[in-house]
Design a binder for this molecule. Structure first.
Ligand code: ATP
Ligand code: MG
Length: 398
């Protein structure tokens, strides 16, 4: 089947996207398709014609690899592999159609309907005649096949343009909006299961991502950091390149450990993570923060705790997984191929200083009072963490 298709018709949803925004959406979609195809063998021309996007394959290419890449482009709802033929008369077209049906549908026990369209009006038959004639040709060649005009299993599209385009397969795309159509946000990316999924979901709405990871050497290892880099690379296949800011959090954690009640450690630590991530976000034109939090999953994610980590930020904090059960999150992680990496057993900076009985109902006033114990050095430590932040450019095509 590999070399039968010479292009792909890209389907995308346009609901609610009108006027100027529609061009923005389409142009960004074309751009993101071009970027995704860079990791595939072969040469492709991506273009927009009359409200449609085509990927023309201009050399040998790997069908599976190309489809996989197209499936990572947000905004794409369907990928239709297309066979092109020159217009050499009805006889020739009939042969091609029979050959197409034979190859694409080895099992002939199916219902079908032919949908013809004439973009070129000088074609000798109109679309109704052409559909009926081709339907007859197919029935003749494959008596087991049946026509169903209401709910055909196979919708065979035949479009008469300069050339003739034939397609019937629709491979589902990821949906969403093309990345680059909705601003930029800062993802707090840990090595866990949730935050990569949260980043995927925000990017799916068209948002460009940056990411911040807090590590605590020597308590967290180089391998734990590599795991986060790997996760960033995995989601970058969908989100495009990600700038990953790696913050050394050790001194801040040790200082909190020394000065604050241990059952409040996690919450105070989380508050400093939010503050630092927000500063990096603002320095990089991000309009919001993104976390993988989900209500009640752990002590630091009760509504009390979420309120407490929320109050230190001015930027909006987006939590796309807030109402998800763990299994729902795991399902997405498996689908986007982050799960196996996320469950590798490296230590996380949140778990090393964790108390036996962390507070689940932190009292804001009490937390604020205890944070005053940090007054002497915390600003200096935060500045130091910011100024020593390492930046890693994550490129999906590496
Ligand atoms: P995850 O699976 O994403 O690690 P989690 O269930 O372990 O989440 P927490 O440890 O409470 O939950 O973290 C909540 C959120 O805080 C994470 O989803 C992530 O967005 C952020 N976060 C936690 N630890 C880190 C870290 N070391 N670096 C960056 N962000 C972090
Ligand atoms: Mg975690």
């Amino acid at each position: 089947m590999n070399h039968m298709f010479s292009s792909f018709l890209i389907k995308y949803a346009e609901i609610g996207i009108k006027g100027k925004n529609r061009y923005l959406f389409e142009d960004m979609l074309v751009k993101q398709i071009v970027i995704a195809l860079k990791r595939c063998e072969g040469e492709f021309l991506v273009h927009k014609t009359k409200g449609r996007i085509y990927v023309e394959c201009q050399s040998e290419y790997d069908y599976d690899e190309t489809v996989e890449a197209l499936k990572t482009v947000f905004g794409v709802t369907g990928i239709c592999p297309v066979v092109h033929v020159e217009d050499e008369g009805f006889e020739k077209l009939s042969e091609v159609i029979v050959d197409y049906m034979d190859k694409v549908y080895p099992d002939k026990n199916r219902t079908f309907k032919v949908f013809s369209r004439r973009a070129r009006k000088n074609y000798p038959m109109d679309s109704v005649e052409l559909s009926a004639a081709l339907g007859g040709v197919i029935l003749n060649a494959f008596p087991e096949m049946k026509v169903d005009v209401h709910q055909p299993e196979i919708a065979l599209n035949v479009e008469i343009r300069e050339k003739i385009y034939i397609y019937s397969i629709v491979i589902p795309g990821p949906g969403g909006m093309p990345v680059g159509t909705a601003g930029r946000a800062m993802l707090l990316l840990s090595g866990g299961i949730d935050s990569p999924v949260a980043g995927y979901m925000i990017a799916k709405r068209g948002v460009v991502l940056e990411a911040t990871y807090f590590h605590a050497p020597p308590y967290t290892s180089e391998r734990a950091k590599e795991k986060v880099v790997d996760l960033a690379r995995k989601i970058s296949r969908y989100t495009g390149p990600i700038r990953l800011h790696v913050v050394n959090f050790t001194d801040i954690q040790l200082y909190i450990y020394e000065k604050c009640p241990h059952e409040e450690l996690t919450i105070i630590m989380r508050r400093y993570m939010m503050r630092i991530a927000e500063q990096i976000a603002k320095d990089n034109q991000c309009l919001g923060l993104v976390t993988g939090e989900s209500i009640g999953q752990v002590a630091s994610q009760t509504l009390y705790s979420l309120a407490s980590t929320n109050e230190v930020c001015e930027l909006p904090v987006y939590r796309p997984l807030i109402g998800f059960d763990k299994q729902d999150i795991v399902d997405i992680a498996e689908r986007i191929d982050t799960y196996e990496t996320s469950i590798l057993p490296y230590e996380d900076c949140c778990t090393i200083f964790v108390a036996k009985h962390p507070v689940t109902k932190p009292n804001q006033k009490v937390i604020r009072i205890h944070e005053r114990n940090l007054e002497e050095q915390i600003d200096m430590l935060v500045q130091k963490a910011l100024s020593t932040t390492e930046v890693i450019e994550i490129d999906p095509n590496e």
